[in-house]
Write a protein of this length. Structure first.
Length: 280
C-alpha cells in the first residue's frame, strides 16, 4: 500500500538512523559549526565534538536551510502522498519550525508543521507513531491525532554532568558554575512549555541519576508509556539508567537507548543524560 502521509522530523529528535530508515521517516539535519567548519550535525562524530568542546573551540548551531525542507517536501509530493506531517523541536529553542513553515508555503501538497514544544526522543516517539500509522494506511487527520496524543502529556528530563557548558551558553553565571563544581552539584532540568528550565540540583552523580530515575517514574502517572534514555558520550551510564527505569516503570512499553543529537550535546556537555517519556 502506498503511503498517504509522509513523515518528516529533524535531527534533534535523536532517532537512531536505522529506525528512521526502516519506518521511512525523513530526518532533516540541523547545522553545527565547529571552528571554521559548518556541516550537517550528523556528520560530526561525537568524539570530535567532545574534543572540540574541551579545547574551547567556538561551536555554534543553526536550523536547517529552507531549501532542505523544500526539497524534502517536494520529494514527498512527487512520491504521491496526500500530505506531509513535519514534527520539530520547540520554537522556544530553535527557528527550525519557522524555516519549515517557510518551505511549506511553496510546496504543492499540504504540509502540517508541528511545533512539538519539546526536543529529543519526545519528538522521536511522535514521529515513530506517525510513521507506523502512515505505513498502516492512515490519512492525514488520523496521523495528526496520533502525533498530538503523543506530544500532549509527554515529558523530558535532563541530567547535566558539568555546569561548564551551561555557563558557556549563558544559562548560569560563572560564579554559579564555580560554586556548583566545587560542591559537585548536578543539575536536573525539565522541558516546560517548550523551554528548558531548572528542576532540581542534587549533590553527587549517583544521587542525581537516582533522582532522575525516580522523577521519570513519577512523570509516567501510572500510564502505559514509551521511554527513551538519550546520552551524550555517556553510554555506560545510560545503559545502567535504562535498566533501572525498566524496574521503576512497570507500565513501560518500549525502552529505547539512543545517542542524543550533537546539537543537544553541544549545549548540555559530555556526560549528559536525558529521559523522554511518551504516552502510548
Amino acid at each position: 500500500m502506498n503511503r498517504r502521509v509522509a513523515v518528516v522530523t529533524d535531527s534533534t529528535a535523536s532517532l537512531p538512523p536505522e529506525l528512521a530508515r526502516r519506518l521511512g521517516i525523513t530526518v532533516v539535519q540541523l547545522q553545527l559549526q565547529v571552528g571554521d567548519t559548518a556541516t550537517d550535525e550528523a556528520r560530526v562524530p561525537t568524539a570530535e565534538l567532545v574534543s572540540a568542546m574541551r579545547a574551547r573551540e567556538q561551536i555554534t548551531t543553526a536550523p536547517p536551510p529552507a531549501a532542505a525542507f523544500f526539497w524534502t517536501y517536494q520529494n514527498a509530493a512527487a512520491a504521491g502522498v496526500e500530505a506531509v506531517v513535519s514534527i520539530h523541536l520547540s520554537t522556544e529553542l530553535s527557528q527550525t519550525c519557522a524555516t519549515a513553515r517557510e518551505a511549506a508555503g511553496h510546496t504543492r501538497v499540504p504540509v502540517h508543521v508541528i511545533d512539538s514544544r519539546a526536543c529529543g526522543m519526545v519528538v522521536g516517539f511522535a514521529a515513530i507513531a506517525a510513521a507506523e500509522a502512515a505505513m498502516a494506511g492512515a490519512g492525514p487527520r488520523e496521523v495528526l491525532d496520533i502525533v498530538n496524543h503523543r506530544l500532549g502529556n509527554a515529558s523530558s528530563l535532563i541530567y547535566v554532568d558539568t555546569l561548564e557548558f551551561l555557563r558557556r551558553g549563558g544559562r548560569i553565571s560563572a560564579a554559579q558554575a564555580v560554586i556548583g563544581s566545587a560542591l559537585s552539584i548536578k543539575p536536573l532540568l525539565a522541558l516546560n512549555e517548550g523551554r528548558i528550565e531548572p528542576l532540581e540540583r542534587v549533590r553527587g552523580t549517583e544521587r542525581a541519576i537516582s533522582r532522575l530515575a525516580a522523577l521519570a517514574a513519577l512523570h509516567t502517572s501510572g500510564r502505559p508509556v514509551d521511554v527513551a534514555v538519550e546520552h551524550f558520550a555517556s553510554r555506560e551510564r545510560a545503559e545502567e539508567l535504562i535498566e533501572r527505569l525498566r524496574e521503576e516503570i512497570p507500565l513501560g512499553h518500549e525502552f529505547l537507548l539512543a545517542e542524543t543529537s550533537a546539537i543537544i550535546g553541544a549545549h548540555t556537555g559530555p556526560g549528559a543524560l536525558g529521559v523522554s517519556i511518551s504516552p502510548c
